[in-house]
Design a protein around this ligand. Structure first.
Ligand code: GDP
Length: 308
């Protein structure tokens, strides 16, 4: 059975790692959000792509959920000592990725070509594709004005109240090579437990992707458990946009795109409501604390999909 997953960073990477443990590599393709990408210190940074790739390559830092394990911080310390911008933390090993990616982008290579080559160097089996090759920076309209995503997320710790989101230049973007083919070839599309507003919506906003996803069997895993995000601002965003954060709110957000929805045991009482919305549900433990949790959730989802 071929699966194509849509993923952001931390929640997406954990789900994808589970799927990679139980599926043959050729049967899994991951389409990753690049709306968080930005230029920093003159280099292109792709936080979600790197989190997914580092996780699948076994290089990720399990404590932070971003960056690399066995990291050192010499470059960052030098930048700080010189009074340079040190609000976005980049470890030395991680910096190597950004240096090499930027060098190749400046030679005219595309992000998708470079990602394919990096994945092969890191011996990653599943296909990893950026959603598009163009820059489509996510902008967050807040009560303090419009902010670039990393300014909102990292520099201002998601504190400003959110009013809306904009994916700049998205209308001029195209699905990266292989994206539409991977969706067409999939038996099922899994929307990972990623932030619906700033990780999944950018992917679905690349012209052509949502239409193609809409032709498939699609299931989503809730990133909201017991009314709270496991990590990050997803629940806060729902609340600031006037929607009570819940698994049900996530299912409603994706609406008719979904055939099925996976929610946590603690949210079981929401099943009836969702089934009245004609969304088939599957209830299980969706909190992935260990690699075993990831594989178990992935296996349960695949078994459930197969049994329907
Ligand atoms: P980001 O780009 O790093 O913010 O990553 P994502 O958008 O992929 O992930 C953020 C979302 O993942 C948050 O809304 C979290 O609630 C969710 N998340 C993180 N870990 C887990 C988990 O173990 N289980 C579930 N169900 N959601 C998770």
């Amino acid at each position: 059975m071929k699966i194509t997953a849509l993923a952001g960073g931390v929640g997406g990477a954990k789900m994808v790692d589970g799927l990679a443990q139980i599926l043959p590599a050729k049967d899994l393709t991951v389409i990753v959000n690049t709306g968080d990408d930005f230029e920093h210190l003159g280099h292109k940074i792709c936080p979600d792509l790197d989190t997914v790739c580092y996780t699948l390559a076994g290089l990720a830092n399990p404590e932070t959920g971003w960056g690399r394990k066995f990291e050192s911080w010499g470059a960052m310390e030098s930048i700080s000592a010189l009074g340079g911008p040190d609000w976005f933390r980049l470890g030395d090993r991680d910096l190597g990725t950004h240096l090499e990616r930027t060098r190749r982008l400046r030679m005219g290579q595309t992000l998708s070509q470079i990602t394919t080559d990096f994945c092969s160097a890191w011996e990653i089996g599943p296909g990893i594709l950026p959603m598009c090759d163009e820059a489509t920076p996510t902008m967050v309209l807040t009560e303090q004005g419009e902010l670039a995503f990393q300014d909102y997320f990292v520099a201002r710790h998601c504190e400003p109240q959110v009013l809306s989101f904009r994916f700049a230049n998205i209308e001029n973007s195209r699905p990266a090579p292989g994206v539409i083919e991977a969706i067409k070839a999939a038996d099922h599309v899994i929307i990972c437990p990623s932030n619906p507003w700033v990780s999944i919506d950018p992917i679905l906003s690349v012209p052509g992707i949502k239409d193609e996803v809409g032709k498939k069997h699609v299931v989503a895993v809730s990133p909201i458990i017991g009314g709270k995000a496991v990590k990050g601002p997803a629940a806060k965003m729902f609340a600031e946009l006037g929607i009570t954060p819940s698994a049900q709110a996530v299912a409603q957000h994706y609406g008719s795109l979904l055939d099925g929805f996976i929610l946590d045991n603690v949210d079981e009482e929401q099943v009836e409501l969702m089934e009245s919305m004609e969304t088939t549900t599957f209830v299980t433990n969706t909190l992935m604390k260990t690699s075993e949790d990831q594989a178990q959730l992935a296996q349960e989802i695949v078994d459930w999909i197969n049994s329907r």
